[in-house]
Design a protein around this ligand. Sequence first.
Ligand SMILES: C[S@@+](CC[C@H](N)C(=O)[O-])C[C@H]1O[C@@H](n2cnc3c(N)ncnc32)[C@H](O)[C@@H]1O
Length: 247
Amino acid sequence: MTSSQLELLRPSTFIYKHSSGLQITSGLFSNKRANAFYKESPYGNTFSWKNMALMKKRSQKLRLFIDEHKHKITSPILEAGPCLHPLATPSDFPGSRIFYWEKDPYIIMALSAQFGKTINIVNIDFSSASVKQVQKLHKRRFEKLGLGQVSFGAIIASQVLNYIDYKKFLSLARALLNPGGLLFLNNGKNTGIYKLFSSKRPKTTLEIPTYLEAIGFEVVDWQIEQAYKKGKKGADGSFITLVARKI
Ligand SMILES: C[S@@+](CC[C@H](N)C(=O)[O-])C[C@H]1O[C@@H](n2cnc3c(N)ncnc32)[C@H](O)[C@@H]1O
């Protein structure tokens, strides 16, 4: 990455005004910078700053759940796939150790530029990772931070399930949570960047809490809403937000 590309990734702010009158603020990019960023990004125009703003808006539904259960969240906290707008930041959780999992080098670069050493970014493909690989990847960082074994007090995964083998990921999340640890999730059925979808994504919205209960979570709080217009390619508009506790 060249220094001019790096410059593009330095934090700034833009406000996206939706036709509904809604304003969405991004902590990271001006419109110009965002467009330059995405020209270089593997996602190209599909993942434009406009889509990014809408994605961020949907992620805020999970923030409400996180805020409600904040008093039960213990460090360290893992957020899988935060993109450019994490839900767990050092200012949200002062004193907590925060880990981000991402595989996109552009996003990793941007998160580093924004948060520096206040967070821990792990370059990982969490669709295929095993518990053993995760432990190996985190062991040294955990030791350096004076944390014990590699496990988390809370895991956040907002709008990532469509892109991965979601059952494998939920089992991995369970294995990595402390007893009583919390998993915060949301997902829109067949909603997102269709060409990046995994064939192992959830096929229905209801199967997500059902699967969680089957593998040893208690679903503490959940909501399914009609969040979008019905779309092509099987998007029925349903969107689930939930918090589950490892039993
Ligand atoms: C649709 S975005 C969601 C971003 C944000 N959490 C939200 O709710 O708006 C999915 C994010 O997960 C990351 N991601 C998707 N699949 C991944 C994988 N297998 N391993 C690591 N990161 C992944 C992408 O790079 C992207 O940042």
